[in-house]
Ligand binder design. Structure first.
Ligand code: DOR
Ligand code: ZN
Length: 350
């Protein structure tokens, strides 16, 4: 038996999928992400969505203004793909330098997706330009047909949308975001280097029982929803395998407490403040702490063609307690996923 690792020094990770929201919410969310991560891919599902480079630039400026003093956190921006996104906007996005990708939300799939894509064919002109410009497409990979069981929507998306799309655009680079199933992990592996995938900490740590343990637990509800244990195991295998296609994306998604703990609660788990301690738990449970740096700090920059971070951070096997809540907008509270619990790991800068 090898001795337990009690201290892990890593190049500072990046978060390749996060929701920060806007305006006063940024005062809470930006310090959290900027503490743990050097860079993050910022989701564009605001109201209204970030559909133009001009809107992305203004949003980026608001995020930069919310950074703590001295922080050099770098927000990597995305555009929200619609039925009418023009090839010209894609050219502008590439030229901007700060827009790194375009996000596909099938209309109705999740939070603020009603302006999303109603039929994938409508986006072909934009996708062709993205393939030509080397701008990656990030996909929320769930079909929206209400006749398809909620737990089957990701697997159906692979067959109905993703495979045909990759065949139609052989040069398009794609990130399958927040994968939740064995089918998605296997598909990504089989698809070659031009397809990457992000995996959240919560999908590595929990299966769908967590949503119903002793009663309905709304803070464990997100989309795509947590799946069966065999899927969680497949995700852990993918994340810890060392395969370069898999990288860290928290999908941290803040919603005020009153909108989570409600008759119709919003989807999203807030993990930005404690994400790395949670990933360390998942990798430690798999006996794979030595593969955390690749997943968290190396594979993402390689996919996006960006340099790795020089700064180092440390995870120590020293317990840390997650706050029960953070003051949030309109006097409400933001409840982190592990709120009130003690995690076995602590995070610090070196
Ligand atoms: O759970 C989720 N929350 N899934 C998403 O796809 C969107 C996100 C949000 O924006 O709240
Ligand atoms: Zn998301």
């Amino acid at each position: 038996m090898t001795a337990a690792i009690n201290e892990l020094i890593l190049r500072q990770p990046d978060d390749w999928h996060i929701h920060l929201r806007d305006d006063v919410a940024l005062a809470v969310t930006v310090p959290h992400v900027a503490h743990q991560f050097a860079r993050a891919i910022i989701m564009p599902n605001l109201r209204p969505p970030v559909t133009t480079v001009a809107a992305a630039q203004a949003y980026r400026d608001r995020i930069l203004a919310a950074r703590p003093a001295g922080s050099d956190f770098d927000p990597l921006m995305t555009l929200y793909l619609t039925d009418t996104t023009s090839p010209e906007e894609i050219v502008k996005a590439k030229a901007s330098g700060f827009v790194k990708a375009v996000k596909l939300y099938p209309a109705g799939a999740t939070t603020n997706s009603d302006a999303g894509v109603s039929a994938i064919e409508k986006t072909y002109p934009a996708l062709a330009e993205m393939a030509a410009q080397g701008v990656p497409l990030l996909v929320h990979g769930e079909v929206t047909d209400p006749a398809v069981d909620l737990f089957d929507r990701e697997a159906a998306f692979i067959e109905q949308v993703l495979k045909p799309l990759l065949n139609k655009f052989p040069d398009l680079r794609v990130v399958f975001e927040h994968i939740t199933t064995a089918e998605a992990a296997a598909f990504v592996r089989s698809a070659g280097d031009r397809v990457g995938a992000t995996i959240t900490a919560h999908h590595l740590l929990y299966n769908r029982n967590a949503i119903f343990q002793g009663g309905v637990r709304p803070h464990y509800y997100c989309l795509p929803v947590l799946k069966r244990e065999r899927h969680r195991e497949a995700l852990v295998e993918a994340a810890t395998s060392g395969a370069k296609q898999f990288f860290l994306g928290t999908d941290s998604a803040p919603h005020a407490k009153l909108t989570k703990e409600a008759a119709c609660g919003c989807a999203g788990c807030y993990t930005a403040g404690e994400a790395l301690q949670m990933y360390a738990m998942a990798f430690d449970a798999a006996g794979a702490l030595d593969s955390l740096e690749g997943f968290a700090s190396l594979h993402g920059p390689a996919f996006y063609g960006l340099p790795v971070n020089e700064r180092k951070v440390v995870l120590r096997r020293v317990p840390s307690t997650v706050p029960t809540g953070y003051p949030y907008i309109n006097g409400d509270t933001l409840v982190p996923l592990e709120g009130g619990n003690t995690l076995p790991w602590s995070f610090a800068h070196v």
